[in-house]
Design a protein around this ligand. Structure first.
Ligand code: NAD
Length: 390
């Protein structure tokens, strides 16, 4: 069928198979180019598990380790396949495309589609590691989920709310590109707890414990999870909000994991990444306005990076050999975003920004291009009038 984008708010309900393939192909090219200029040591992770591997930072991680290190990968994601009438999700097409490219280029790539929170998924993946890898030397935890089914069957949902007082600030209405005020309500204790259960470190720890107990983590392995801090303007909704509580838990978990699994010399790190348009981040109020200003400023300064540029720099520059961290042991991939000159430019325009000036001051086109491209649209070399197999 001819696949067109159907955008509802911050989500696109269709995805283009050829466009998703093009997105993966471009990311692979990006890593190949980056690798040419990088000094990759001989001792790099070669057997990698990526949990949350189909889109955003997880997919970019998978591509970076495969085409940067020559690593074999197992991926875990939760995506919908096509039912013949409706397209599959972008992550499903991305995964199919990645596997095809990787296999063609001689890399092992196997993907599991299902609930990463479940014990069954952990068991299946462990079985696969035993059969095909023996052990893994890098585990990337990049799951971003709206909800989690707990072992007893209850479902808990994460919320994007503040902690304490409601917070009012500007946001961009993604339907009209108008600047509006939005009030983000405060989460109650149950909502905060649920957000920590979904987006905190509990499940990361469950994965590591299960892998450790099965003996499939190699001595001296590394595990990584991703976080965000961001500027003061987004703190009430992000760093100090319900999601921020989950991220604090994720950080505490990294410290615990390194201690608890010292027997195998496991090192657990949090990488604090840059704000980027992904299916998860587009849903956060206030953040898309901040991101479209950030894109403009970082592009003008020649500092803009997408998921793949971030992950190439993480895996090829910061993680191997000497691991570069801040004083709290976190890897800072938000170094360019948080530069004083970049942040000052945002603060200078934030107060005065309105529906007219936003067109000039923010990179709304760039935001939307990246948004559509996440679903395989707006690639100039893809023929969108063509009938495609979904
Ligand atoms: P994303 O929505 O692009 O990717 C989420 C991944 O998780 C997908 O592969 C999805 O299939 C998978 N997933 C969701 N539910 C699952 C489940 N139940 N079982 C298995 N897999 C499941 O998100 P992203 O923005 O790349 O986020 C990844 C991590 O990076 C998150 O921890 C996020 O907080 C962090 N991060 C994001 C940003 C940003 O701006 N996007 C910035 C810094 C850090």
């Amino acid at each position: 069928m001819v696949v067109e984008p159907k955008v509802k708010g911050f989500i696109c309900t269709t995805a283009h198979p050829k466009g998703c393939e093009e997105s993966v192909r471009r990311q692979i090219e990006c890593t190949k180019q980056y690798r040419e200029g990088a000094q990759v040591p001989s001792k790099v992770p070669k057997k990698v598990l990526v949990i949350g591997s189909s889109t955003g930072y997880g997919l970019a991680s998978r591509i970076a380790v495969t085409y940067g290190y020559g690593a074999d990968t197992i991926g875990v994601a939760f995506e919908k396949e096509s039912n013949g009438k409706r397209t599959a999700t972008a992550g499903w097409y991305n995964t199919a495309a990645f596997e095809a490219f990787a296999k063609e280029d001689g890399y092992y790539a196997k993907s599991f589609n299902g609930d990463g929170f479940s014990t069954e998924m952990k068991e299946q993946v462990i079985q696969c590691i035993k059969e095909d890898f023996g052990q893994v030397d890098l585990i990337v935890y990049s799951m971003a989920a709206p909800r989690r089914t707990m072992p007893d069957g209850t479902v808990v949902s994460s919320v994007l709310k503040t902690v304490g007082e409601p917070f009012t600030n500007k946001t961009i209405d993604l339907r009209t590109n108008e600047i509006k005020e939005v009030t983000v309500p405060a989460a109650n204790d149950d909502e905060i707890q649920a957000t920590v259960q979904v987006m905190g470190g509990e499940d990361w720890k469950d994965w590591i414990r299960a892998l450790h107990d099965a003996g499939v983590i190699k001595q001296g392995a590394v595990t990584l999870a991703y976080s965000y801090i961001g500027p003061v303007v987004t703190h009430p909704i992000y760093k100090e909000g319900s999601i921020g509580q989950a991220k604090k838990h994720l950080y505490d978990t990294s410290v615990q994991l390194t201690k608890e699994f010292a027997d195998i010399g496991l090192k657990a790190y949090i990488s604090v990444n840059k704000a980027l348009v992904t299916q998860s981040s587009a849903a956060i109020p206030i953040v898309p306005l901040y991101m479209s200003l950030l894109y403009r400023i970082m592009k003008e300064a020649g500092l803009h990076e997408g998921c793949i540029e971030q992950m190439d720099r993480l895996f090829l520059d910061k993680l191997i050999g000497h691991v570069e961290t801040d004083e709290e042991g976190r890897i800072r991939m938000d170094d360019y975003e948080m530069r004083a000159d970049v942040q000052k430019k945002i603060t200078d325009v934030w107060e005065g920004i309105d529906s007219q000036s936003v067109q000039e001051l923010a990179d709304i086109e760039g935001f939307w291009d990246e948004f559509y491209q996440m679903f395989g649209f707006r690639y100039d070399n893809v023929d969108y009038t063509e009938d495609v197999q979904i």
